[in-house]
Design a protein around this ligand. Structure first.
Ligand code: AMP
Ligand code: GLY
Length: 434
């Protein structure tokens, strides 16, 4: 089979790496990919190849599909989904994995998701949706000032402002609704009560009629150790989380996903792809903070090394509506991913820094370095973005996986490299023996 993966981050490198292990894959392209996706060996022989087409360049992606006729295309990022890449490929008969635009709305409209949760009884935060600044201010006051103000649309992961008091809420409302800091994406805002708890990532594959949950994982959103500093795309992950037993995890997931799937069916939303609700575990049960309609990054990096199934089969089952016939099987391993980021991330970063140590780390057992913002320049691998590498390791205990990941991270360097030293610390503190 010929496969095309769309995207260029760590998530897409992990997808390429896992798909390349399928004996069914004879060609594998990544558009545009990064320095890690290029050359990833295929189990069937040959290597994965990058194609210089941006993930949101639908015209060129379609032209490529017409020429190469991929048997399966897999979409990584939300931007391409929001543009309707799935609809466009399907219209021309190219099999593609991911939700259509109407179903991807869970991610690109927070107002839609919030209303959906209200209507279908999905546990969430107390919230309201506003276009009028005065009504927004009034609601923020009713919440005591401490609240979370979210732009309705996609805002490059920056559209969420955590307001600690009434003054910060007022300023967030002003910037989003009046000054339009995110343009059209902040024409409407969702304001939620600020929920305290433990944040976890729930992922489920869905074929329109059935879902299958993935194991638990936890991301580290803040840039600094101890969860300090600004929010990022994610600085590291581990799976599973020891806070919940697997039966508690399943119970919690079903509490969220059963009403979600029933709601989709009631509203005629045919969701085929991966749904990723961001969940806060509270003393009163789970609360969904938002939905993503794609794999998490860097959650993918800790899931795929644990997945035993052939991912091609699973993606085809999602497309064909037969996911119930393909139970997911997981290796009994713990995985940890530590993100190495550029100086300045999540703000502006310098690019083009040479990355040292990749060849040194490549032979390490139970370690895989997933590339994100990397590119090749004059025979060297250099940085090309904020999140640069996701150093991922697996082992039979969380502590051993963590130690392996950090031992590998310590052998890598580039100018301005920063990373968190406490990935998985919360899990280890909870259950030091796992
Ligand atoms: P979102 O893009 O909606 O997931 O928000 C980004 C991050 O902001 C989340 O991962 C949480 O850490 C935090 N956050 C969002 N909504 C809330 C909330 N209602 N209460 C507390 N933290 C939140
Ligand atoms: N891990 C955060 C995200 O993928 O949105």
């Amino acid at each position: 089979m010929k496969l095309l993966v769309i995207g260029s981050g760590g998530r897409e490198h992990a997808l390429v790496w896992k798909l390349a292990q399928s004996p069914r894959v004879s060609r594998l392209w990544c558009a545009p990919g990064n320095a890690g996706t290029q050359g990833e060996p295929l189990a069937a022989g040959g290597i994965a190849e990058n194609v210089a087409i941006g993930a949101e360049d639908l015209v060129s992606l379609l032209a490529f599909a017409r020429k190469q006729c991929p048997d399966l295309t897999v979409v990584g990022p939300d931007g391409a989904l929001a543009l309707g890449v799935v609809d466009a490929f399907q219209a021309e008969g190219f099999p593609i994995w991911g939700p259509r635009k109407a179903a991807a709305r869970f991610e690109f409209s927070k107002a839609f998701s919030q209303e959906f949760m209200r209507q279908h009884g999905i546990p969430t935060a107390r919230s309201g949706t506003f276009t009028d600044p005065a009504s927004a201010r009034l609601f923020a006051q009713q919440l005591g000032g401490r609240c979370v103000v979210k732009a309705d649309g996609l805002a490059l992961g920056k559209g969420v402002i955590m307001a600690r008091d009434a003054r910060e809420a007022e300023s967030a409302i002003q910037r989003m609704l009046v000054d339009r800091m995110f343009g059209e994406a902040s024409r409407e805002v969702v304001i939620q009560e600020w929920i305290e708890g433990t944040e976890i990532s729930l992922h489920a594959l869905c074929d329109g009629s059935h879902f299958q949950i993935l194991p638990s994982s936890q991301d580290h959103k803040r840039v600094g150790d101890g969860d300090l500093g600004p929010n990022t795309g994610g600085m590291g992950t581990y799976s599973p989380t020891p806070f919940l037993s697997s039966s508690e995890w399943e119970k919690m997931a079903h509490e969220v996903l059963e009403p979600w799937l029933a709601g989709c069916q009631a509203e005629g939303i045919d969701f085929r792809g991966l749904i990723y609700p961001g969940v806060m575990l509270t003393a009163d049960g789970p609360r969904v903070l938002e939905f993503n309609a794609r794999w998490g990054d860097p959650e993918t990096q800790v899931y795929l090394p644990r997945l035993e199934n052939d991912l091609v089969e699973i993606f085809l089952a999602c497309i064909n509506g037969t996911l119930d016939q393909h139970p997911l099987r997981w290796f009994p391993l713990h995985t940890v991913c530590v993100v190495l980021a550029s100086h300045g991330y999540p703000g502006a970063v310098e690019r083009g820094k040479v990355i040292h140590g990749l060849a040194d780390v490549a032979p390490l057992a139970q370690v895989k370095v997933f590339h994100a913002g990397t590119t090749r320049f004059n025979e060297e691998v250099v940085t090309s973005g904020g999140r640069v590498l996701g150093v991922t390791a697996w082992d039979t205990s969380l502590g051993a996986a963590r130690d392996r990941a950090y031992a590998a991270a310590d052998r890598l360097c580039f100018e301005g490299m920063q990373f968190r030293r406490d990935i998985a610390a919360r899990g280890l503190a909870f259950a030091p023996t796992v």
